[in-house]
Design a protein around this ligand. Structure first.
Ligand SMILES: *Cc1c(COP(=O)(O)O)cnc(C)c1O
Length: 380
């Protein structure tokens, strides 16, 4: 069986280094917010060309804490509406709710699976205060258009980067791409006010061996609140400035991430090379391939095809020993958890959920495995 994602194989090359890292942390005798977290935060801020990185417990908390920090800053308040793509992974929507804000669903583009900027405007009310852009499957959203709308309506833009570590526009990171489109470096522009949430869940492009997450931002005020919020609202021990939570990036996980981060770009390149093969060699009218402009704006967290007879295609691939997954089988508005949305209609979103299938994709997929997958798909 060709596995959808072989995590054991992905982590195998690091085994000795991981063991040594465990020994280092044991020798240090400091297990919470120690040197490894500090080192990772510095390295990841540098990697993303941003000023601040705040390590947190997971990607969900990263999103929640960004919203809570904006509430502390007085820029958001309970009941404010946040625009979010209707086809996102449920975590994005749950995070908005967790921060006492109101998610407003907007349809994606069928071609990119990312939010359709042309449909945002009509959902904006006097209560709309933010847009949560989700770079689904690893491809950046149309940030130039999203930022333009946000600027016009004075909205905060938050990015869910849980699936797109390392995706770049004009060789820069996605954060504040508004400026990057004009090809100016961050140091030359006015302090932007956005924040991005990352997850290091094991299966992500940069994954640890448990839960982990981070926030990046260039906003000093926001960063200061975030460093405090993740740690019971306290910067100075036993002095609590905010009603915070316990969501700290684990010291050991940070240590593992420090070992893996240097290989992220090379891993993403391997993913893009596999995508290039899939895109040029899969030739089957029954299979719709994903859109990609061949730039580094896509890191192929997932390679998602569509088919009218998705379940049949999946069954066929299983029979041929190729494991696939569906991201995602049920759209958020059809989930039991959101009964009040169940009668709403989002045709593009529903079509996506009915037709998508994720092919095996990871930096450890071998050439012969890729050959075989393509051959089987072409015979379908
Ligand atoms: C994985 C993921 C999250 C949540 O990350 P966790 O670390 O699992 O909490 C949020 N949004 C998207 C789009 C994700 O894929």
């Amino acid at each position: 069986m060709i596995p959808f994602l072989d995590l054991k194989k992905i982590n195998e090359p690091y085994e000795t280094a991981f063991q040594e890292k465990l020994k280092t942390v044991l020798d240090n005798g400091w297990y919470i917010l120690g040197k490894e977290v500090e080192t990772f935060e510095k390295a990841f801020a540098e990697y993303t060309q941003s000023k601040y990185c705040i390590g947190v417990g997971n990607g969900f908390d990263a999103l929640v804490l960004i919203f809570k920090a904006y509430i502390q800053l007085g820029k958001l308040k309970k009941g404010d509406e946040v625009i979010v793509p209707a086809n996102t992974y449920i975590a994005s929507i749950l995070a908005i709710l967790q921060a006492d804000l109101v998610p407003v669903l907007v349809e994606p583009k069928l071609e990119t699976y990312n939010i359709n900027p042309n449909l945002i405007q009509e959902k904006i009310t006097s209560k709309t205060k933010a847009i949560l852009a989700v770079h689904l499957y690893g491809q950046l959203s149309e940030m130039d258009k999203i930022n333009e709308i946000a600027e016009k309506h004075n909205l905060i833009v938050v990015e869910d980067v849980a699936q797109s570590h390392g995706a770049k526009i004009n060789k820069f990171q996605s954060l504040n791409s508004k400026f990057q489109f004009q090809n100016v470096t961050l140091s030359e522009v006015e302090e932007p006010q956005t924040a991005s949430a990352y997850s290091f869940y094991p299966g992500k492009n940069l994954g640890c061996l448990g839960d982990g997450g981070a926030i990046i931002t260039n906003d000093a005020e926001l960063a200061e609140i975030l460093f405090s919020l993740r740690n019971y609202g306290s910067e100075k021990k036993y002095h609590n400035e905010y009603v915070g939570v316990n969501s700290r990036l684990d010291e050991l996980q940070a240590g593992f991430l420090n070992l893996k981060l240097p290989n992220l770009d090379a891993d993403n390149k391997k993913r893009r090379n596999i995508a290039k093969r899939y895109l040029s060699e899969i030739k089957n009218d029954k299979i719709i391939l994903p859109f990609w402009d061949l730039s580094n704006n896509h890191v192929f967290h997932l390679f998602v095809v569509r088919s009218k007879n998705r379940d049949d295609l999946q069954g066929y691939l299983t029979q041929n020993n190729i494991q696939t997954l569906i991201h995602y089988p049920i759209p958020p508005h059809k989930q039991k958890a959101f009964l009040e949305w169940n009668r709403l209609s989002f045709p593009v979103t529903e079509k996506i959920h009915n037709e998508v299938l994720s092919l095996p994709m990871s930096p450890v997929l071998t050439d012969s495995e890729i050959d075989f997958i393509i051959e089987i798909l072409n015979q379908y």
